[in-house]
Design a protein around this ligand. Sequence first.
Ligand code: SF4
Length: 382
Amino acid sequence: MIFLNKYYSLYIHIPWCLKKCPYCDFFSKNFIKKNKKLQFQYINSLLLDLDQTLSFLKKKIYIKSIFFGGGTPSLICTKYISFLLKEIKKRVYILELAEITIEINPTSISEKKIIDYINIGINRFSIGIQSFNNKNLKILGRLHSSEIAINAINILKKNNVRNFNLDIIYGIPGQSLNESYQDLCKIISFKPNHISWYQLTIEKNTIFYKKKPRNLLSNDFLWKIFLQGKKFFSKNKYFQYEISSFVKNNKYQCIHNLNYWYFGNYLGIGCSAHSKITLSNNKIIRITKNNNIKQYMNRNFISSIRRLSHKDIIFEFFLNRFRLYKKIYKQEFFYFTGIKIIKIIPLINKSIKSGYLKEDNNFWYITNKGYLYLNDLLEIFI
Ligand code: SF4
């Protein structure tokens, strides 16, 4: 019986950006500003997609978080976002304290938009700052400058928004230790309650993958930046609760992302979005949505449905759960996967023998060695 699966998260993908950034592997196409009709058609498609996705579930579900991601959701007219939220509320129960996040790009934000977002119930904001160094922003192909980024943060602060995240990247080609340090000093000067500090990685299907940028940093140097950052966050009382996520206060941990990392259930609507659904017979399926906008808007929403095998479930559970800096309650594994613990004892024992995990009666703990060699630890679970 998987009893914690009652509460779902909902991800909504907006597939447009002003311009593709060379390091980005999220699905997005160029945005055509004047085409409001297309925006509205897409919003309507999202609702039909939601109806179809919900048909996999027998009962009306409870939603604990909604996340507008992309692409650049802040490009979409607020009235459409408002309409979408109202229509979603007719289809699912949204918990009173549900977290509703929108990703915003510094280039597509204004004070009016933020006030409108707050008025329609959005209660968390995530801004893609990436760096405060204009040279490095250019290398990342971002359209904003440090000044535009600061302006976006100040709009949130002026409107008393406390629950916001700032994204920042390290490991930008040619970046010095000092430049990374300066980015971190600048970011904490705004006292954000949540910071996502990511390492730049060169992913397949990106412009950087096709044409490698000059001055890529070596692993040794990346490690130096990482250690410097970890020390910096801890000195400034930011608690790391996940590989890339830091909070000033635990109440600002991102509910939506925590749901992924605990291997909870979620619905994903929009081009290229994924859903993970536990069916009433306790089978877990993954649904992937079409990443062709035209086909998607012609109601061909689903590109694949796959039932996860026990092997997939075990690996995916640990792949996500090991990201969190939190001991693992043993029963958690059964709650979220429906698989008896006995099935993974050989894998756990191997991890303990290799020095990656420790255990007591109720919990498993990742050791420092486990964090250092996370990929090796995960390989045991593949
Ligand atoms: S703005 Fe964000 S989603 Fe869009 S291309 Fe750049 S990194 Fe990707």
